[in-house]
Design a binder for this molecule. Structure first.
Ligand SMILES: [Zn+2]
Ligand SMILES: [Zn+2]
Length: 162
């Protein structure tokens, strides 16, 4: 029995290690397993992130070539294809409803930028919006919403006559 410095528990589960005086690892076997598992999962996670980032940067190149510098389709403020800041990054808008694609960013993060996928992407005709304009627009039933919005804005006599 000895105390493991990592988990602080007294155990008798230690792998053999000849380089140590007592012939055992200093960490208990549970801690060793845990350490390797965490490192393994960490590598996988990192690998996935790298893959995503690589795919995204190819798409961003394509976006720049295809659409030019992005601006919001409604208010016209300049945007960026990629940014850590949610305020100035492109928000893809589902112009024609969801069409089976919930998140355009995930779509182009998971699929490599191949001609087939580009064709698929373009067939969805996603709109480029800023965060704020994207927020106010409903995904479905826009005609109806627009009709109601117009009615609301025009419908209070005497207050907001421009
Ligand atoms: Zn331990
Ligand atoms: Zn906008």
């Amino acid at each position: 029995m000895k105390k493991c410095p990592r988990c602080g528990r007294v155990k008798n589960k230690f792998h053999k290690n000849r380089t140590n005086k007592d012939g055992l690892n200093s960490w208990c076997s549970d801690c060793i397993n845990d350490y390797h598992k965490k490192r393994y999962n960490g590598n996988i996670k990192e690998g996935k992130l790298n893959r995503y980032a690589k795919i995204r940067s190819k798409w961003n190149e394509f976006f720049q070539n295809h659409y030019g510098d992005p601006i919001c389709g409604i208010c016209g403020i300049p945007l960026k294809w990629t940014s850590d800041n949610k305020q100035d990054v492109v928000h893809w808008d589902h112009k024609h409803g969801l069409n089976g694609v919930r998140s355009p960013s995930t779509f182009c993060g998971n699929r490599p930028c191949t001609p087939e996928n580009i064709e698929l992407w373009l067939s969805y005709d996603f709109g480029i919006l800023c965060r704020w304009c994207n927020r106010i627009l409903p995904t479905e039933g826009r005609q109806n919403w627009l009709h109601k919005l117009t009615k609301y804005c025009m419908g209070t006599p005497g207050i907001h006559t421009v």
